[in-house]
Design a binder for this molecule. Structure first.
Ligand code: HEM
Length: 388
């Protein structure tokens, strides 16, 4: 019997990885009748589907929760298919060039230090609330050019927008509208007086005489909050838990900074902040031994792809910071490959560097629990003491 694959509790439960391993072996392209979707668990299949947007489109939904609601391309770049996607992507990419992201390192380090300076190392804290959540939020606020005086309100708005992505209520919808108003005014200000921030890049971005509409600029700002906050929070908190669990690997990392890049990649593979994303088949097609019909919903389990023994070997189910080849699919792949991947890597690395240089033997007292979700792999209430 297969677990309830559309149940948020399954994805947060203790058996999710064993169950996915069983599916990879016995039924890698699995039709889940109760949810009426296919679940792909092999790395090779997730990769192939992600790289074929003509046969597997995003415009009918990309989240498991999207099955129960109508999505519109105007909501987010995530729902846009080529060729329109290529145009949109080219325009917003100007805000995320490698040079631009690399130039943020100093700012990210300053913000990471600000977060860590606020911690009393002798007092037990919740690592998610005190460390993993504030950094991505501060980075996005700074990136967008939100002034320090608006930060507290920005957090309230961001939390509401993230909540609305999985369940809309009157309250979070109202707060999301307030944030749209805030961005509309800010974008207008940048049109009149450009500054050195992402909002100014969005209003002035131009490729072959083409520009983003105000709707696209706004949609993109909102997407950044949903795509860049909780994901990076999950990578940081999950990484801190994994390194504390594997104290010997953590000591090696503290003693040898050349291990850091590989360690960040392993944290990203191990944590896999987004468990799965979906596509819809646009034509009848065969994957593995199964016939997929046009219109079928196809869920790609990144978590399973990232544990696939065919790619990561016999040690796929172990955390190993010295793993050399690490082609994880944590950021997706293909047209929609995460636009913030370099930024997320930068934030995770800088936070680990700064935290480990202060508190190399921090202690997790309670690893907290996973929050039930079919999308986000996120812990809450990770109790820790930094100077045990
Ligand atoms: C560890 C942190 C992160 C993870 C695991 C993650 C994961 C992903 C994944 C899996 C996708 C592909 C979706 C698909 O194929 O349908 C994606 C897309 C995207 N991500 Fe990230 N992300 C992270 C951080 C960020 C950050 C920091 C930002 C920006 C501040 C960001 C912005 C975006 C955007 C704009 C897209 C849409 C790209 C497109 O549709 O062309 N992400 N992300």
């Amino acid at each position: 019997m297969t677990a309830a694959l559309d149940d948020p509790a399954f994805w947060a439960g203790d058996h999710v990885e064993t169950e996915l391993a069983r599916l990879r072996l016995e039924s890698p392209v699995y039709w889940y009748e109760a949810g009426r979707f296919w679940l792909l668990t092999r790395h090779a299949d997730v990769l192939a589907v992600s790289k074929d947007p003509a046969t597997f489109c995003s415009s009918k939904g990309v989240l498991m929760a999207d099955r129960d609601r109508t999505v519109a391309a105007a909501d987010s770049i995530l729902y846009v298919d080529p060729p329109v996607h290529s145009r949109y992507r080219k325009l917003v990419s100007t805000g995320f060039t490698a040079r631009r992201v690399a130039s943020l390192e100093e700012q990210v380090r300053r913000l990471a230090c600000e977060v860590l300076d606020a911690i009393d190392p002798d007092v037990e804290l919740d690592m998610v609330e005190s460390i993993a959540a504030p950094l991505p939020l501060l980075v996005i606020a700074e990136l967008l050019g939100v002034p320090a005086s608006d930060r507290d309100q920005f957090r309230v708005w961001s939390d509401a927008v993230m909540e609305a992505a999985s369940q809309i209520t009157d309250e979070n919808a109202l707060l999301a509208l307030e944030l749209m108003d805030y961005f509309t005014t800010a974008l207008q200000e940048r049109t009149d007086t450009p500054r050195d921030d992402l909002l100014s890049v969005l209003v002035s971005a131009e490729v072959d005489g083409d520009r983003l509409t105000l709707g696209e600029q706004l949609g993109f700002c909102m997407t950044l909050l949903v795509a860049g906050n909780e994901t990076t929070r999950s990578a940081i908190s999950g990484g801190l838990v994994a390194l504390a669990d594997q104290a010997e690997q953590r000591s090696r990392l503290v003693g040898d900074s050349t291990l850091m890049s590989a360690a960040v990649e392993e944290v990203l593979r191990w944590v896999t902040p987004i468990a799965a994303m979906a596509r819809t088949a646009t034509a009848d097609v065969v994957i593995g031994d199964e016939k997929i019909a046009a219109g079928d919903y196809v869920v790609m389990a990144y978590l399973s792809a990232n544990r696939d023994e065919a790619v990561f070997g016999a040690g796929a189910a172990s955390f190993d910071i010295s793993r050399s080849a690490n082609p994880h699919l944590t950021f997706g792949i293909g047209e929609h490959f995460c636009l913030g991947a370099s930024l997320a890597r930068l934030e995770t690395r800088v936070l680990l560097e700064e935290l480990l240089s202060r508190w190399p033997s921090y202690e997790i007292r309670k690893p907290g629990e996973r929050i039930p979700s079919t999308l986000m792999r996120q812990r809450r209430d990770v109790r820790a003491v930094m100077s045990p």
